[in-house]
Every structure is written in structure tokens, then in C-alpha cells.
Design a protein around this ligand. Sequence first.
Ligand code: PEP
Length: 243
Amino acid sequence: MPRTALIAGNWKMNGLAADLDFFDAIAGPAASSPADVLICPPATLLAAAAARCADTGISVGGQDCHAHEAGAHTGDISAAMLKDAGARYVILGHSERRADHGESDAMIRAKADAVLAAGLIPIICVGETKAEREAGKAQAVVTAQLAGSLPDNPQNMELVIAYEPVWAIGTGLTASVSDVEEMHAAIRAALPEPLTTRILYGGSVKPANAESLLALPDVDGALVGGASLKASDFTSIINAAGR
Ligand code: PEP
């Protein structure tokens, strides 16, 4: 069964209301692309971005959520709140959250359960550090993260995995095509729904390398950080998914 590519932008802690014109700039390329297009803006822009994307086919998503639906968790946002603001997807376990907020696989699993319970699609991020790759442990680390972070009962639930080598995020370095191919095949073999689950590559995806990465058989799209902030770069990556 062919999997529809997903080109997802992660704006991280970037973006103000004045930046919402971005959506008008990518609407045409997104509409004519065979790929699904998603932008995860900061939570402050989610509702406005969702309104801007109405009738464009572009989805919006959250960058994280709390594992509980509501309660005394100052500053946190639940999956139900993200859905209420218009989100369809939620990024979970991004390496910046694992590093900055000490998120463990168990926490990510609990969040994934919450995202699925809210009727949203989790994008679960996994990836090794430079030291782990150099020690020959990349595959063992990533498959262990995956086993620990997958929701309790993922059968028949839509979820997305993003393989993001930590050393490639925001550094301009990209994993080699053969390393990506090997890791994505290992991830696919470890998934409960290997034929339908989309596996994205993330880590300095840009117009110059998008086509070669997206052409790989087990790469079902990209999670894009820096290059998702500039409409012309993100458009080139959307277009690369259609070639
Ligand atoms: C990311 O933040 O998920 C990411 C892959 O960032 P960048 O594309 O900037 O490396």
C-alpha cells in the first residue's frame, strides 16, 4: 500500500502573528502536491494558523503536550486543548524536549496515549547522539527509544515516527543516504504496523538534499526545522516530495 508523504515543518520557538503570511505563500504548492503538508507553529499561533489554513488542505499541529487531559499543570497544554485550537498532529519526544526538559521514553509513551485518546496523530521522534553513532550504537539506541515511546496499544491507530539524528538537527549536517536507508528499514521492522506507519527523516533537511532523502523507499516524508521558517525553502521541499 503506498504511503502518502508527509512534509512537516517544526517552527520551534519562532513565529509571531506577523509571520502568518507564510501560509498564503505555501498554499498553492501544498494544494498541488501529492504530499500531506503540516506546520507545527508555537502554541500561541495555533488557532490563528488553523484559521488561515482552513480550505487549504494544510494541517497544523502542536510541538508537545501534557500527558493529562486537564488539571493543575501550570504552563502546560493538553492534547484536547491542541485539538480545540485546530491541531491534527502533535510532535512528541523531540530531542530538544528530551534534552531541555528531561523527557523520558515513558513520558513520551504517556503523551502518545493522550494524543491518540484525543483523536490526534502523534509524531514520535527518535534519534541517536553523535557519541552513540560513533560507538556503533545508533540502531540499538533508536530501536530502544522506539520500543519505550510507542503507545501502549498502537494497533490500528495512526501514528508517525520521525528519525532525527540529534547531531544533524540544526547543525547543517545530514545523515548519509545509506545511514538513513538502514535506520528507516530497522525502524520499519520494529513497528507494529510496518506497512502503514509513515517514517519521516529530520535533521538539516533543505532544498539541496530533500529530493535524494525523499526518494528513499522507507522515507515517507520529512520533519523540517530551520528550512520550514522560510516559505521559499519549504516550498522547494514540498515540491521535492512530488518528484
Ligand atoms: C527539527 O527541529 O526537527 C529539525 C529537524 O531541525 P532542522 O531541520 O533545523 O535540523
